[in-house]
Design a protein around this ligand. Structure first.
Ligand code: CDP
Ligand code: MG
Length: 733
């Protein structure tokens, strides 16, 4: 094992931003040095100052002042009026600007101050990721000096922190799509800002197409007559929808063309030089290389925090542990290293930690997924370690199987990552790959819509009344084969009729549930088979990553703890056992302590129980939250929440009836054949069924590494497949 990673140094300037991204000369370039505050603006600023800084001894005084200073120094601050004017003049505007220039936190406030929320209308800001929506909303509420959920709020799947007074609403792009189901004209919004559009998530792409339609529809009466001229923004009752697309990638041409040659403006950011360092030779173990580099920087470089790009929660948690373990071998003084995780499913209360400065003398090491590329801007970073990898969805339209794979990032992503080191001072980026390998990376990332399972999208479009999915105005069209496969998939799940219409009631019910169609169907099936209580738990537990926690130094203890929950029948019942045991432990403490326990106490009890049982408390808490939310949904839908009690066979029958599309049978060589796709798969070592090899199974997840691994598996009777899915298995062997 190497004890150090050798790097070659390259200046960022050598592969300049200009080369990678086509800067359109027609874009107006704002110069952040210009002062554009009018006297009125200045007076307003001063007026604010007097009002919010009334008490000089107030503890929050220093913080508020610091925040005000930070805000003023952001590149976008000096062009406030011009940006607002552009939004006024253009129904659709594209704003490009480097990460950290203040787009996400400032623009909505500028528009609010400029009167875009008159008549109680809202400014909606969509983010591809939940963590970004939450942390930014918190930050903006703090900047405004108000409580979160009042003027500024957020709404993400399973969590709504808004009220009737909310005017600036941050949300995930998926959530706005759901709102469109209930209100196709999105009538409560005056402006919708689609942020991080360069990410091109599948939801962003669908949203863009939808918003184009909404804009057109809002200019017409229900009888399709043109009602208003969009210039009469403040006088007309029927407001046109203002659309702002924000992107960190300087290439806005694609968006502009797609959005009817919309105007694009560029907010110039600041970027200090970043030294790019490549490894001399390829690194086979990127986790180990990352660890070594963390300590190399910590021991040899000057002050400054480190940002490490990893691929997922599990990996982040294991690096967290390894850093802590290795730090113990250092001298007392060198041990001052603090790890902070950032990934999408991070529970709310831990999300803001990443923005807090490390205690005096400590170096902060932020372990992040690609969420830290552009979605969240973290101050204080001087060093970036880039593994060059990302976890992405991948869909094979031929087999109809979606899997999670770890793939190389694109050059554009590598550039964004290194840019994070030079926001405040000159920095360094350690790429854990060679310059040669960099040269072979794709220029830009393939939009997600071209590489994911489209069932969810198709279901949503159908629910929105858009029947011709293939003809939908996508910025990049998904392959016809992928759309057809999804239509087929939804048909066998019973969501669509033979004519391709949403079925009543199953299709409509499935579309209402904010879940993958296969899980939504699972809940509906379970309500009929009297197992909805169990299925709600399973769907919640399957919605989070890594429930079990096994630190390297306590592998044996962790294994023994897991055995207490393990079921011979598979991972689903095992997960059910974990969830129920955790609930029981809380019930017990409640009985011992007659008064109602407050939230904090519950948290503590749960954390203790998790530690003792080697359960990942972050994941379990997230699962409990999801459970609470989906329970609300199914109750609203009038489904029967009953339990099958001790009858676990009944529950497994329900699993077979729900997940029949993911059934697999054992082959003579001990591997499995997925029945729907014909793919060869094998049981992941983390499954309780690893090594036991039942004849027939259903599974919920396919993970592709060097093997096709399946996870979350249960043993089933093959006869159940033809019993519950005769339309699918009836005429197969
Ligand atoms: O959207 P963009 O990348 O252009 O910038 P932003 O997210 O609006 O961030 C502007 C500034 O706010 C950054 O310099 C961050 O340091 C700060 N910020 C923060 O301190 N805490 C947050 N939760 C979000 C932003
Ligand atoms: Mg942003």
């Amino acid at each position: 094992m190497p004890s150090s990673v050798l790097f070659e140094v390259r200046r960022q300037a050598e592969e300049s931003v200009e080369k990678l991204v086509n800067h359109d000369r027609d874009h107006k370039v704002f110069n952040s040095g210009d002062s554009v505050f009018s006297d009125k603006d200045k007076m307003r600023e001063q007026g604010k100052r007097k009002f919010s800084w009334r008490n000089e001894t107030d503890e929050s005084f220093a913080r508020m002042r610091k925040i005000a200073q930070q805000r003023k120094s952001l590149p976008i601050a000096s062009v406030e009026r011009r940006v607002v004017d552009e939004v006024r003049k253009n129904d659709t505007l594209i704003i490009v600007g480097e990460t950290g220039s203040g787009k996400t936190t400032q623009l909505p406030q500028f528009l609010f101050n400029a009167g875009f929320c008159r008549d109680g209308k809202l400014i909606g800001v969509t983010q591809p990721r939940r963590v970004a929506a939450v942390t930014v909303a918190k930050r903006v509420a703090e900047e405004c000096g108000i409580e979160l959920g009042q003027k500024v709020g957020y709404s993400i799947r399973f969590e709504d922190v808004t009220s009737s007074t909310t005017r600036i609403k941050y949300m995930t792009d998926g959530l706005l799509l759901r709102e469109a189901l209930l209100d196709p004209r999105l009538s409560k919004y005056s402006v919708i800002i689609v942020d991080e559009a360069h990410e091109r998530t599948v939801h962003t792409d669908v949203l863009l197409g939808l918003l184009k339609n909404v804009q057109r529809a809002r200019l017409r009466s229900p009888t399709n007559q043109c009602l208003v001229d969009s210039k009469d923004f403040h006088t007309s009752k029927v407001l046109p929808l203002k659309l702002v697309i924000m992107s960190a990638s300087l290439d806005a041409r694609g968006f502009s063309e797609y959005l009817g040659n919309a105007k694009a403006v560029h907010v110039q950011g600041r970027q200090f030089p970043v030294d790019i360092l490549y490894t001399y030779s390829p690194e086979s173990d990127y986790i180990d290389a990352a660890l070594i580099t963390i300590f190399q920087i910590h021991l040899e470089e000057g002050p400054g925090d480190i940002l490490v790009f990893l691929t997922g929660q599990e990996e982040i948690e294991s690096v967290e542990r390894l850093v802590r373990e290795r730090a113990l071998h250092l001298s007392e003084d060198s041990r001052k290293i603090l790890t902070v995780p950032v990934y999408s499913a991070l529970p709310s209360e831990q999300q803001m930690q990443v923005f807090r400065p490390a205690p005096d003398g400590f170096r902060k090491v932020i372990l992040a997924t690609n969420i830290a590329e552009t979605s969240v801007t973290i101050p204080g970073i001087r060093f970036v370690i880039d593994t060059g990898l990302v976890k992405a969805r991948s869909f094979n339209p031929r087999t109809g199987m979606e899997s999670l794979v770890i793939i190389p990032i694109s050059k554009a992503q590598a550039l964004q990552r290194s840019g994070r080191a030079g926001r405040e001072v000159p920095g360094k980026c350690f790429r854990l790959y060679t310059e040669d390998e960099f040269g072979k990376l794709a220029e830009s990332t393939i939009p997600e819509i071209k590489r994911c399972n489209l069932s969810n999208v198709v279901l949503q479009l159908k629910a929105l009344g858009i029947d011709d999915v293939i003809g939908f105005d996508f910025m990049d069209k998904p392959s016809r084969m992928a759309v057809v496969k999804s239509l087929e998939h939804l048909y066998v799940l019973g969501a669509l009729t033979v004519e391709g219409k949403l079925s009543d009631p199953v299709g409509f019910q499935m579309a209402r549930l904010p879940l993958d169609p296969i899980y939504a169907k699972g809940l509906i099936v379970a309500s009929k088979l009297n197992c909805l209580e169990e299925m709600l738990i399973i769907v919640s537990m399957l919605s989070v990553e890594s429930i079990f926690y096994s630190p390297r130094e306590k592998m044996e203890e962790a294994r023994a703890a897991r055995k207490c929950f393990a079921s011979q029948e598979g991972d689903h019942i095992t997960l059910l056992n974990v969830y129920r045991a955790s609930v029981e432990s809380l019930e017990k403490s409640r009985m011992g302590n007659q008064e109602t326990i407050r939230d904090k106490t519950v948290e503590k009890k749960l954390n203790k129980w998790c530690r003792e049982n080697f359960i990942n408390s972050r994941s379990l808490r997230h699962a409990r939250e999801i459970h609470r939310q989906i329970l609300g949904h199914v109750q609203n839908m009038g489904l029967n929440v009953t339990s099958c009690g001790q009858d676990m066979d009944q529950f497994r029958r329900c699993l077979a009836a729900s997940f029949f599309l993911n059934a697999a049978v054992k082959q003579p060589d001990g591997l499995y054949r997925a029945m729907a796709s014909g793919q060869t798969v094998q049981i992941h070592p983390s499954s309780v069924l690893f090594g036991t090899k039942p004849d027939c199974i259903i599974f919920n997840e396919l993970v592709r590494t060097n093997h096709n691994y399946i996870r979350n598996i249960s043993r089933i009777d093959p006869l159940w497949l033809s019993e519950f899915a005769p339309h699918y298995y009836g005429n197969k062997e």
